[in-house]
Design a protein around this ligand. Structure first.
Ligand code: NAG
Ligand code: NAG
Ligand code: NAG
Ligand code: NAG
Ligand code: NAG
Length: 428
């Protein structure tokens, strides 16, 4: 071997070593987020199994698990998880020794029973399924591009059969066949991948406002997202601490969802007046403000909703914006003919939840038909479990960073004044 060949050999060995190391420990991981403009659901694509097959799954920010309809999924690396595994403990709320759960009364089989939950329907739709695990392939990222794919070899998820899938899968967008959870639970996507690749337990979401061709992103693993897109550094100067909440009133089941500490709501800097205790979570687990990717708009308890609509209509009138007949489910609609448009969308009164989270026209208003814009807020009834649910539309084109280890949530300011959106990248 000549010395140059030798060098080349060392070089390629080093390169190989570097690449395989890079594959083992990426800086971060990235998954695309697309929006179905009919159902207003956000979904991503997961690549699972041997051979790899892909599934589109609806993103549930408050969900615990990945589940999808495994009809046609024939992976040689899939296997069921035993009840006494740590992955099972992370995904369930009951003890393994509790054999009284329906569907799982045969303790001798020692498999892990879980209850994937689909909150999209009108009722509580859950199905008892077994928890399994398989390979998940996901793109690594430097915070900007989709790079080499890396594999998590033991990703927990549930396979619903077509039969269960048809119950669980009702209300899912066409072209999707399951859901993926991004909650604080250890069984959720973010925790599982961060643990598998020894990354910080941080993830960020950038929800796109429109089409399937220009996706937004889920970033997992932290560090890079603080300076995602050159000038779009995330300010942690207004951290909001997710509060512990209870998912089901009067139960001890703690929610893994993200509650934020909104203390007041303003329209054009004026305080909207309602009973502010509704914004905190009481002992029964009722109240508070949560983030949801499943609700398309903002849903507020009736008295909050009415106060907000009243103040918004008043502020719009003082700007000479003409009100028109409401279009359900919205309660305040306006003619957009004379509303000026700005970089942040229609120039309507500015809404803010707490001092920092400003909701500009693009995020507060929904175009329901030509020349008609409605305040994207709906009445959640007088006794909802959660007083304010900030759905997808108000969160679009912001970068939201969830730091699971320190329970902090960072909001960027709206990306729109910076001439950028979450659909900044195109997948190659
Ligand atoms: C599933 O895969 C196994 C081996 O990997 C094969 O024998 C079997 O025929 C496959 N079944 C279907 C329905 O494709
Ligand atoms: C789980 O149960 C199996 C069979 O019952 C046993 O062999 C295994 O050691 C147990 N694992 C743990 C982590 O307890
Ligand atoms: C969006 O969902 C609707 C209703 O389920 C479906 O008909 C449509 O094909 C979906 N669009 C895309 C782009 O997947
Ligand atoms: C998404 O937002 C951008 C920037 O405000 C806007 O140009 C575009 O029309 C929006 N798309 C939809 C479907 O609202
Ligand atoms: C954003 O883009 C518009 C039109 O493309 C341009 O007029 C404006 O100066 C840009 N603003 C910034 C902050 O770059």
């Amino acid at each position: 071997m000549s010395s140059s060949q030798h060098l080349l050999h060392i070089f390629s060995f080093a390169l190989f070593f570097f690449l395989s190391r890079a594959a083992e420990k990426p800086h971060g991981l990235i998954l695309p987020i697309r929006k179905n403009c009919t159902t207003l659901q956000y979904y991503t694509e997961v690549d699972m199994g041997t051979p790899l097959s892909n599934a589109n799954v609806v993103i549930d920010l408050g969900g615990k698990l990945l589940w999808f309809d495994c009809d046609g999924y024939n992976s040689s690396s899939y296997h069921l998880l035993p009840c006494n595994s740590s992955k099972c403990k992370a995904a369930t709320t009951y003890e393994c020794t509790d054999c009284n759960y329906p569907y799982f009364s045969d303790c001798s089989k020692n498999f892990c029973g879980v209850y994937p939950y689909n909150p999209l329907g009108n009722g509580f739709i859950a199905a008892g399924l077994a928890l399994g695990e398989d390979i998940m392939s996901v793109s690594s990222t430097d915070g900007i591009s989709y790079l080499l794919s890396v594999e998590s070899r033991h990703f927990p998820f549930s396979c619903s059969s077509t039969r269960e899938g048809s119950i669980l899968g009702s209300e899912l967008s066409g072209g999707t066949k399951g859901m993926i959870g991004l909650s604080r639970a250890r069984s959720a996507l973010s925790s599982q991948l961060a643990s598998a690749f020894k990354l910080p337990h941080i993830f960020a979401l950038c929800l796109p406002n429109s089409s399937a061709t220009d996706p937004g992103d889920i970033f997992i693993g932290g560090d890079h997202t603080t300076c995602y897109l050159t000038e779009m550094c995330l300010a942690y100067d207004h951290p909001t601490h997710p509060q512990p909440g209870k998912q089901f009133p009067n139960s001890n089941i703690h929610s893994d969802e993200y509650f934020i500490g909104v203390k007041s709501i303003h329209v054009d800097r004026k305080h909207v007046s309602f009973k502010e205790s509704l914004l905190s979570i009481n002992k029964k687990g009722i109240g508070g403000t949560k983030l949801s990717t499943l609700a398309p708009y903002t849903i507020s308890q009736t008295s909050i909703y009415k106060a907000l609509v009243k103040d918004f209509v008043k502020a719009a009138a003082s700007r000479k914006i003409k009100r028109v007949t409401s279009v359900a489910p919205f309660g305040a609609c306006f003619s957009s003919k004379i509303i000026a448009s700005s970089q942040t969308g229609p120039a309507v009164p500015l809404q803010s939840k707490s001092l920092y989270f400003r909701i500009y026209g693009a995020n507060s208003m929904v175009e329901v038909e030509k020349d008609v814009l409605c305040l994207g807020s709906v009445d959640g009834g007088s006794n909802p479990t959660t007083s304010v649910v900030l759905g997808g539309h108000p969160l679009e084109n912001y970068l939201l960073e969830f730091d699971l280890a320190s329970s902090k949530l960072g909001f960027s300011t709206s990306l729109l004044p910076r001439n950028t959106t979450c659909s900044h990248y195109r997948l190659s």
